[in-house]
Design a protein around this ligand. Sequence first.
Ligand code: SF4
Length: 114
Amino acid sequence: MTAYGTTPTGTRGTITVETEAEGITSGANAAGFTWMLKARCRGANPTEFFPSDGTGVISAQSVCDGCTVRSECLEYALAHQIEHGVWGGASERERRRILRRRRGAATTGAAVTQ
Ligand code: SF4
């Protein structure tokens, strides 16, 4: 599996998803990661999702466009404050913007759709 995990250094690495679906094992940590099994980028080169320029971001986002677990992926990255790479179709800058909007909404009580 290509996607999604972070190493202590903050780079995306390969994680083992413990699920019965893959015939591995069920585990206490599996529930939060089962969406990863449906990742459209599964099997893709991880470097594609850690682009160093805008062109790379657009390329990664084009993969995310058709992904059925885009929301889960984005929420995972936001919840874990993952700073690097494209997650849920959002670049690093876009995720920072989303978090700022949410913090602002939490302060004012306004609703935020994303
Ligand atoms: S939204 Fe993008 S980065 Fe997230 S799982 Fe889907 S294809 Fe991969």
